[in-house]
Ligand binder design. Structure first.
Ligand SMILES: *[C@@H]1O[C@H](CO)[C@@H](O)[C@H](O)[C@H]1NC(C)=O
Ligand SMILES: *[C@@H]1O[C@H](CO)[C@@H](O)[C@H](O)[C@H]1NC(C)=O
Ligand SMILES: *[C@@H]1O[C@H](CO)[C@@H](O)[C@H](O)[C@H]1NC(C)=O
Ligand SMILES: *[C@@H]1O[C@H](CO)[C@@H](O)[C@H](O)[C@H]1NC(C)=O
Ligand SMILES: *[C@@H]1O[C@H](CO)[C@@H](O)[C@H](O)[C@H]1NC(C)=O
Ligand SMILES: *[C@@H]1O[C@H](CO)[C@@H](O)[C@H](O)[C@H]1NC(C)=O
Ligand SMILES: *[C@@H]1O[C@H](CO)[C@@H](O)[C@H](O)[C@H]1NC(C)=O
Length: 315
C-alpha cells in the first residue's frame, strides 16, 4: 500500500514536471486507479475493452478520474478551461465551495462495479438518433447488463425500438427528467450554475418537485468531473470544437464502466437527418452546434473498425 502510494506520488511528480516543461498541465489530473489497457485478460468477456491496444491505450493512459469526489480535486488550469466553455465568471474559490456543498448531499464515493477477471460487464450506450425509429433493437438493448441513456431519451412508448431498462441516465439541467429510484443519475455539469441547480433541485425544491420534477435517488447520483471533459476535449478531440458533446462524453465514459460496449442511436438517420427518435422533425438536418460532430462520429466508426465497440447503425 505504501509502495503504491509512493509510486503514485512519483508518477504525479513526473507528470508535474512534464506539465511544466512541455504540454498543458491537464496531465496533473491523471487518474491512477483505472489501469490503462493491458495485455493480461482483465475481464470474463470474450474480448475486453481493456485488452491492450496501442491506439486506445495511448488515448486512455492520460485519463483523469471520471467522477467528481471530495478528494478528486481539479487543477486551476482545468477550472479555467471549464469556466470558459460556458463563460462563467465565478472564481475557483466559489467552485470549491459549491463542490463542498454538493458532497454534503450526494455520495462522496461513486458506486459502480469495477472490472474484474471474473466479470463481464456488457453495456448498451443508447443515443437519441432517429435511426432507432423502426429498428426493433429494444430486446437486444435490454439484454445488456448495463443500459446507458442520454438526456431526454424516453423509453415509454418506444420500448420496441429502444428497450425499457436504464441503469445510468446521463443528464444536464436542460435535459432533466424524472428517473425511477433504481436508475443512476450521471450528471454532466458544464458550469457552476449546473452544480448549484443540482443542489437546489435536491434540497429546497424537493417538496414542490415531489409531485412533478426531480425524484431521483440521491444515493445514486454521480457527477462527471470537469477534468474528464477537458481530457476528452484535449486528448480525443484534439481541441476541435468548443467542448465535447454529451453523447461523445458518454461514449468515452462507457469505456470505464463496461467491458464490452455496444452503441445504438448515434449519427444521422438513413436520410441524413440528425433528428431524435422521439420527436417528429421540425428542423431537418439539425446541426451539431459547438461540438465537432463529424470528428466524434469518425471516432465511433474507428472504435467499431478496431473492434473495440460494436456500432449498430440503426434503420
Ligand atoms: C502489451 O504488448 C505489446 C506488444 O506485445 C507491448 O508493446 C506492450 O508494451 C504491452 N503492454 C503492457 C501494458 O504490458
Ligand atoms: C482535495 O481538497 C480537499 C479539501 O481542500 C483535501 O482535503 C483533499 O486532501 C484534497 N485531495 C487531494 C487528492 O489533493
Ligand atoms: C480550490 O481547491 C483546490 C483543491 O483542493 C486547491 O488546490 C485550490 O487552492 C482551491 N482554490 C481556491 C481559490 O480556494
Ligand atoms: C453499491 O451498489 C451495489 C449494487 O447496486 C449495492 O449492493 C451496494 O450496497 C452499493 N454500495 C454502496 C456503498 O452504496
Ligand atoms: C421491461 O419490459 C419487461 C418485459 O416486457 C418487463 O418484464 C419489465 O418489467 C419492464 N421493466 C421496466 C423497468 O419497465
Ligand atoms: C423505490 O421507490 C419505491 C416507491 O417509492 C419504494 O417502495 C422502494 O423501496 C424504492 N426502492 C429503492 C431501492 O429505494
Ligand atoms: C418513425 O417512423 C414512422 C414510420 O416510418 C414514421 O411514421 C414516424 O413519423 C417516425 N417517427 C419519428 C419521430 O420520426
Amino acid at each position: 500500500m505504501l509502495q503504491r502510494k509512493l509510486l503514485i506520488f512519483f508518477v504525479l511528480l513526473c507528470a508535474t514536471a512534464i506539465g511544466v516543461f512541455s504540454r498543458a498541465s491537464w496531465i496533473l489530473d491523471v487518474y491512477q486507479d483505472f489501469f490503462p489497457p493491458q495485455n493480461e485478460s482483465v475481464c470474463a468477456c470474450n474480448k475486453c475493452l481493456m485488452d491492450y491496444d496501442p491506439w486506445l491505450s495511448e488515448l486512455m493512459k492520460e485519463s483523469p478520474e471520471p467522477f467528481l469526489s471530495p478528494t478528486n480535486n481539479i487543477s486551476e488550469d482545468t477550472f479555467n478551461w471549464w469556466k470558459h466553455i460556458q463563460t462563467d465568471r465565478r472564481s475557483f474559490a466559489f467552485y470549491n465551495e459549491t463542490v463542498n456543498k454538493v458532497f454534503q448531499i450526494f455520495p462522496t464515493k461513486v458506486n459502480f462495479t469495477r472490472s474484474s477477471p471474473d466479470l463481464c460487464r456488457t453495456c448498451a450506450v443508447v443515443g437519441n438518433s432517429g435511426n432507432l425509429n423502426g429498428s426493433r433493437y429494444g430486446p437486444l438493448i435490454d439484454f445488456h447488463d448495463i443500459v446507458i441513456r442520454i438526456n431526454l431519451g424516453p423509453t415509454k412508448g418506444f420500448e420496441r425500438d429502444v428497450g425499457n431498462k436504464t441503469t445510468y441516465h446521463v443528464m444536464y439541467p436542460r435535459s432533466f427528467k424524472k428517473l425511477d429510484n433504481t436508475t443512476h443519475l450521471v450528471f454532466f455539469p458544464f458550469k457552476i450554475s449546473d452544480l448549484l441547480w443540482l443542489i437546489r433541485s435536491f434540497t429546497q425544491r424537493q417538496k414542490e418537485t415531489a409531485k412533478s420534477g426531480v425524484k431521483t435517488n440521491t444515493n445514486l447520483v454521480m457527477i462527471l468531473s470537469p477534468a474528464f471533459m477537458k481530457y476528452v476535449h484535449y486528448v480525443w478531440l484534439e481541441k476541435h470544437g468548443r467542448y465535447p458533446s454529451t453523447g461523445f462524453l458518454t461514449l468515452v465514459l462507457s469505456l470505464y464502466l463496461c467491458d464490452e460496449v455496444n452503441v445504438f442511436g448515434f449519427g444521422a438517420d438513413k436520410k441524413g437527418n440528425w433528428n431524435h427518435y422521439y420527436e417528429e422533425i421540425k428542423n431537418k438536418r439539425l446541426r451539431t452546434g459547438h461540438h465537432p460532430g463529424k470528428l466524434e462520429y469518425q471516432y465511433i466508426e474507428k472504435l467499431h473498425k478496431q473492434r473495440k465497440i460494436h456500432f449498430f447503425r440503426g434503420w
